[in-house]
Design a protein around this ligand. Structure first.
Ligand SMILES: [Zn+2]
Length: 177
């Protein structure tokens, strides 16, 4: 895969107001893109948490011995306001979605709505995923909104190494943290 190395990239994620924040209770979404898998380094500094995207080879944070965690992202339709947003999750949510994706009665995550149910706070936060048994296609109008959003997950989460891939493949990423 060809990629562009942005000099002096420091792992900061490009900012965007389009990130979906999971609220307490039900968050109903429709996944509208392929899964984009990447890794992130977490840092805790005097109780404050921050993160940097892993840059793979030559990553300075890996070199410092910080073990990156797997992250998964999609472009989603937020069913509460029908906004086109970016959803970024860890294994707890992805693992459950993967279970549905691999179940032949559900299959492709883009063909049904999903509910992410958030309970608890802080370290006690828990996420349960349930999906709709009803399959339906994303409407043409929704497809258009996704396109017009211009969200490019690879660009956002590639850790500074960004190159257009002709056909992104979609192997299930099962690696655990
Ligand atoms: Zn790294």
């Amino acid at each position: 895969m060809p990629y562009v190395d942005e000099k002096n990239y420091d792992g900061e994620q490009p900012s965007s107001g389009n990130f979906m924040k999971l609220q307490q209770g039900e968050n109903k979404i429709r996944i509208a893109s392929q899964t984009f898998h990447f890794k992130k380094h977490g840092f805790k500094d005097s109780g404050k948490y921050s993160s940097k995207i892993c840059q793979g080879e030559d990553c300075q944070f890996c070199a410092e011995g910080n073990e990156p965690k797997n992250r998964y992202s999609w472009i989603v339709i937020d069913r509460t306001d029908n906004g086109i947003k970016i959803l970024e999750v860890g294994w707890q949510i992805y693992g459950q979605l993967l279970g549905y994706a691999k179940d032949e009665e559900y299959g492709d995550l883009k063909t049904y709505d999903a509910k992410i149910i958030r309970t608890g706070e802080g370290l006690e936060t828990d996420y349960q995923v349930r999906v709709s048994p009803k399959h339906s296609e994303i409407t043409e109008e929704e497809k258009k909104s996704v396109e017009e959003s211009g969200i490019d997950l690879e660009k956002i989460f590639s850790g500074g190494k960004y190159g257009k891939v002709e056909k992104p493949e979609e192997p299930p990423v099962e690696e655990k943290i």
